[in-house]
Design a protein around this ligand. Structure first.
Ligand SMILES: [Zn+2]
Length: 80
């Protein structure tokens, strides 16, 4: 089977299950301004995931640096 067929076949990928990525969940519940600022930080190469997680946790959001790193790579369950 050709790569194109394998990539087109949903059976090869299954369905995303389990809890939402907490970075995605946090983004979804933030007010627009906060969302914009966090999205900018996530896209900024100079901002480490660990530092960002510290700031988020200090503000009451339970997000780990590991989760943020995964989200930034697009490997989270909601990654598009
Ligand atoms: Zn995510």
């Amino acid at each position: 089977m050709a790569l194109l067929d394998d990539l087109a076949d949903d059976k090869n990928f299954g369905t995303r299950t389990g809890p939402r990525c907490s970075a995605c969940a946090t983004l979804a519940k933030l007010p627009k301004d906060d969302q914009k600022a966090l999205t900018a930080r996530l896209a900024d190469d100079g901002t480490t995931s660990a530092a960002l997680a510290r700031v988020l946790r200090a503000n009451g959001f339970n997000v780990s640096g590991h989760t943020l790193a995964r989200h930034r790579k697009g490997d989270c369950r909601n990654g598009a």
